[in-house]
Design a binder for this molecule. Sequence first.
Ligand code: RB5
Length: 144
Amino acid sequence: MVVAIGNDHTGYELKLEIIKYLEKNNIEYKDFGCGKLKTSDYPIYAKAVGRAIQKKECDLGILICGTGIGVSIAANKMKGIRAALCHDCFSAEATREHNNANVLALGARVVGPGLAVKIVDTFLNSRFSEEERHKRRIQMLEEE
Ligand code: RB5
């Protein structure tokens, strides 16, 4: 599994914590986020992560901005991207099982690093249920 990670300026510190977790667990990743900046535009990083998944360069994505909302809105405009904003482990598990979410969005100003890493761990270790009703609903998401 290769994880695409992206962040704006507000998510830089949290990204470092998540990278520590990925490295400790030997999870390959590509970093599309910004470094330590005063300001930046979150759609740039959301689209870079979305493109990596669309091109199948990466399997799953993690996006971080202040609230997680901006990056999830930006990523969800992209075909085939299902970004889920999760600030609890129940949602992180359910969105993989039911929605086959391929991007986890996090708000660095909403959750602390301890909880964020647990949410990442839950997201990456949960699987799509493959149940017909969920497949049907995901298919409907792709329709205009
Ligand atoms: C940046 O101030 C902030 O607006 C951004 O990180 C994000 O929270 C937007 O949704």
